[in-house]
Every structure is written in C-alpha cells, then in structure tokens.
Design a protein around this ligand. Structure first.
Ligand SMILES: *[C@@H]1O[C@H](CO)[C@@H](O)[C@H](O)[C@H]1NC(C)=O
Ligand SMILES: *[C@@H]1O[C@H](CO)[C@@H](O)[C@H](O)[C@H]1NC(C)=O
Ligand SMILES: *[C@@H]1O[C@H](CO)[C@@H](O)[C@H](O)[C@H]1NC(C)=O
Ligand SMILES: *[C@@H]1O[C@H](CO)[C@@H](O)[C@H](O)[C@H]1NC(C)=O
Ligand SMILES: *[C@@H]1O[C@H](CO)[C@@H](O)[C@H](O)[C@H]1NC(C)=O
Ligand SMILES: *[C@@H]1O[C@H](CO)[C@@H](O)[C@H](O)[C@H]1NC(C)=O
Ligand SMILES: *[C@@H]1O[C@H](CO)[C@@H](O)[C@H](O)[C@H]1NC(C)=O
Ligand SMILES: *[C@@H]1O[C@H](CO)[C@@H](O)[C@H](O)[C@H]1NC(C)=O
Length: 409
C-alpha cells in the first residue's frame, strides 16, 4: 500500500517535471483477447476489458501487482507479443533505462529483462516489435539495431543485447530516387510495422505518401521509397493493427499535429507494385491510404496502440481515447471516444491537470465532445481504396502472372 502510494507520488512528480519534452510515463496495449491494458496510469495498471465495454463504467479491473516497473521515465511504450501473450514495456524505469519489463498477461506477473545496450541510446529511438520473429528493430542515432525477445514471457537471467544491424540509408530525393550517403542526420525516426517490413516515415525530403522499407527477413533496406498514397512527410506516431492470426497488414500513422489519422494498407500496394519497373508500372500509383479523423487531443507526445478493431491514444496527461476501425470497411473509421473509466493522474495526483502540453496542444473537453461528430464524410477514405478500371487491369495482370507462376502473391 505504502509502496504503491510512493510509486504514484513519484510517477506524478516525474510526469509533472517531464511533460514538456516527454511522452506518457505509462502506456496502453492489449492482451491476445483484445482486452485493453493501461499501464502506469494514475500510478496503477488496469484491464479495461474488451472494446464493447470501454464506454461503460463496468469492467475496469485494477491489475496493479508486484514487480511492475515504476513508470517514471517518460516516453514509455509497450508492445504485444502475440505468440506469447506478453507485453514488453520500454522506458518505464528511470533507474534502469534500457531494461525491458515483461508482463505475462495470462499469469498476470511482471519481470525485468536486463539488456546489454551497447551503442543503443535508450533516450533516443523509435522501435517496432516484429510479429513473426518477436524481434525488436529500432533506429537510434542513425543506426538500426535489433533485439531478440525469443519467446519470452518472463525475463531470462542473461542480458539480451541490442545488436547493431546496419547504418540504414534512408535518404531519398523528391523524385523518389535513393541518394546514397545523403545526410539524414537529425532524422527523428517514425517507424511502422506491417507484413514484417519496417516502414520509415517522415524522412526529410521524401515525397509525401512514401515510406522507406527495411525487409526484416532479408535484413535488406529497399533503395527506393514505396508510395502508398497521400499522407504528409512529417514526424508522427504509428500503431499496427493486429489480425487474430498472422502478420499485421496495415498501420495507423498520426502526424504530430494530430490533423488526421492515416491508415496505410501495405498489402494491396505490394501486390500491385511487385513488378513496378515492368508490366504493371501504373499500378504503382494506387492509393492505399485511408484518411480518418484525427485524435481528440492533438498531443505530439501521445502514444498509440491498436487491436484488430480499434486505435487507442494515450496522451501525456493520461487521457485514453479510441477510434473503432474495421479493416475490411472502405468507409471511414468510427468516431473517437474518450475512455473515461480509466482514471487519469490529475484526478488524484494534482499533477499536470490534463493540459500538460502548452504548445501545439488543443485538447477537447474531457468527454471527448469534439470527437463525437457522427456525421460521416462519405467520401473520406473511400476514394482512395475503390478499384478503378486501371486497377482492375492491374489486378487481373497480377493474378495472371500469379497463375503463370511468375509472381507469388
Ligand atoms: C522523449 O522523447 C522526446 C522526443 O519525442 C525527446 O525529445 C525526449 O528527450 C525524450 N525524453 C526522454 C526522457 O527520453
Ligand atoms: C495542488 O495544486 C495546487 C494548485 O496548483 C497547489 O496550490 C497545491 O499546493 C497542490 N497540492 C499538492 C499536495 O501538491
Ligand atoms: C488545475 O486546473 C485548475 C482549473 O483550471 C487550476 O485552477 C489549477 O491551478 C490547476 N492546478 C494545477 C496543479 O495546474
Ligand atoms: C458537449 O457539447 C455539446 C454541444 O456543444 C454541449 O451542449 C454539451 O454541454 C457538451 N458536453 C460537455 C460535457 O461539455
Ligand atoms: C471543438 O473544435 C472546434 C474546432 O476545432 C472548436 O472551435 C471548439 O471549441 C472545440 N470544442 C468543442 C467542445 O466543440
Ligand atoms: C461533422 O463532420 C461533417 C463531415 O466531415 C461536417 O460536414 C460537419 O460540419 C461536422 N459537424 C460538426 C458539428 O462539426
Ligand atoms: C470529405 O473527404 C474528401 C476526401 O478526403 C475531401 O475532399 C472533402 O473535402 C471532405 N469533405 C468534408 C465535408 O470534410
Ligand atoms: C489518396 O487518398 C487520400 C485520402 O483519401 C485523398 O485525400 C487523396 O486525394 C488521394 N490521392 C490520390 C492521388 O488519389
């Protein structure tokens, strides 16, 4: 009791001190049954149940237990390992900045995995957890690193190293051509995962709607960027939508200004551009990005997590909101709604008062009033995914090639 009180006080104090430059001290994630887990909010951890119960006051379970990280570092992020039903938590312990905390969602237990950081800088990185290999890939100070979590749902006593993979060439020019050796120093990484490919967004000079791709299974950085449609080349946050089984095929990208939520489906585009320099070149123009409503709070430090059917935002001040999303739907996603049953730190802690970010943050009211516009823009997000006649030709060509054994779809 005293310990958890202390933890709460420390978390609140640190949150107050770091809100100007750091994201949330806690994080949100899911277990494999798509229960929403909120860690390190209000000094506690909660299971908020499945999506159908998020807006009701019931089904909020306090899952705070021993061995949990102090959630006092800022910029915490967490990742579901779908094979193990474990959540890996980074940046949750200022005394052990490179440690990875592991929450076994089935056993409801915590452990701390020590890490041999090497050249990896735990205060400056972006990362993804690859679905199939359970390996983290991160970009830190211009270097790509990997860290193999094996099939861990409890910490191993041997430290796990961040392995230096390569110095990726992320440079491009406006025509989309690679510019080897060009300067990307100072690039604030935006990494997204889909189809076991790491997508780098917001690379300076890259054409809008493009991503540089690192192919995990071949440890290969594709020289030319891939075009996915329309979204800005800017810094932002991402979260991959899970499937009940198999690799993620699409991810959400929220630019720092929170002006929109872009959902990029890499699957469609990859089929259509597989032979982009030969037969099906025009197919490379296919726009596979849906443009959905931006989050209710425009917090550039907010973190995001996605299930199979929702995108969840956690703001620096500890507010949680979600956007329902149906991958198969060609219409826009649903409406952002605040999950008010998850308590925020300021409710009991007298900390950031829910308005932590002074610049560039224009929070809606706590009920998410601004996110309840139910008038759907019927053209938003659909125009880009409808299949025109040219795309149909492309599709038929691709299928014909597949049947002929030329292309493996
Ligand atoms: C948190 O992340 C921001 C960039 O998003 C960075 O400027 C800041 O130094 C980080 N703070 C900590 C404590 O890691
Ligand atoms: C709570 O916040 C108020 C207003 O900022 C301040 O006057 C008060 O001292 C704070 N209380 C505690 C316990 O920090
Ligand atoms: C919290 O907000 C209230 C009302 O806006 C304000 O009076 C108070 O000073 C704030 N407290 C802190 C700690 O910022
Ligand atoms: C939400 O907005 C509506 C319309 O502007 C307003 O009538 C209502 O009072 C607001 N709700 C809250 C809780 O502020
Ligand atoms: C909602 O957003 C609009 C436009 O951004 C703004 O004028 C308004 O004050 C916000 N709040 C509410 C409760 O509507
Ligand atoms: C709701 O959204 C629609 C479509 O984007 C827009 O035309 C309408 O003005 C919005 N209504 C309000 C109250 O913001
Ligand atoms: C609806 O979305 C389309 C396509 O994104 C856009 O061109 C149009 O301006 C939007 N209309 C409204 C009312 O938001
Ligand atoms: C791509 O889709 C976006 C979002 O729907 C839309 O705003 C944009 O105009 C589309 N671009 C093209 C070239 O069709």
């Amino acid at each position: 009791m005293i310990w958890s009180l202390l933890t709460a006080v420390i978390a609140v104090a640190v949150r107050g001190a770091t809100t100007a430059t750091a994201g949330p001290s806690g994080c949100v994630s899911f277990d494999v049954n798509w229960n929403l887990l909120a860690f390190g909010v209000n000094g506690k951890d909660y299971n908020a149940g499945t999506q159908d119960t998020w807006t009701s006051s019931s089904s909020l379970t306090d899952i705070t237990t021993q061995g949990r990280p102090p959630f006092n570092a800022g910029n915490a992020t967490c990742y579901l390992s779908q094979f193990t039903n474990a959540i890996y938590v980074l940046n949750a312990d200022s005394a052990n900045p490179s440690s990875i905390y592991i929450y076994d969602a089935a056993a409801k237990s915590w452990s701390r995995q020590t890490v041999d950081a090497g050249k990896f800088d735990p205060t400056n990185f972006a990362t993804i957890l690859d679905h199939d290999t359970n390996v983290f890939y991160s970009y830190s100070d211009g270097e790509l690193f990997s860290l193999d979590m094996g099939l861990l749902k409890a910490a191993n006593s041997t430290p796990i190293p961040w392995v230096d993979v390569q110095q990726p060439d992320l440079s491009v020019d406006q025509t989309g051509a690679a510019v080897p050796g060009a300067n990307t120093a100072g690039y604030q990484p935006v990494m997204a995962l889909a189809q076991n490919h790491v997508h780098f967004l917001g690379v300076p000079g890259m054409p809008a709607g493009s991503a540089k791709i690192f192919v995990i299974h071949f440890s290969y950085m594709q020289p030319a960027p891939q075009s996915y449609g329309n979204f800005p080349t800017s810094h932002g946050k991402t979260a991959s939508f899970f499937l009940d089984a198999g690799v993620q095929q699409e991810f959400a990208y929220i630019p720092d200004d929170g002006s929109a939520t872009y959902v990029i489906n890499v699957e469609v585009s990859q089929i259509f551009t597989k032979y982009s320099n030969t037969l099906v070149y025009p197919c490379g123009q296919k726009n596979t990005t849906k443009t959905l409503t931006g989050p209710p709070q425009q917090d550039p430090f907010a973190s995001y997590s996605a299930s199979t059917s929702a995108l969840v935002q956690l703001t620096t001040s500890g507010k949680v909101a979600f956007l329902p999303y149906q991958p198969s739907s060609t219409t826009s996603g649903g409406t952002w709604t605040t999950i008010s049953k998850i308590p925020i730190a300021s409710a009991s802690g007298n900390s950031s008062n829910g308005t932590a970010i002074s610049s560039g943050n224009t929070p809606a009211d706590s009920t998410g009033n601004n996110s309840t516009n139910t008038t759907k823009n019927s053209s938003a997000g659909t125009s880009s995914t409808r299949m025109g006649s040219q795309s149909l030709i492309c599709a038929l060509t691709a299928v014909a090639l597949a049947v002929a054994g030329v292309v493996a779809l």
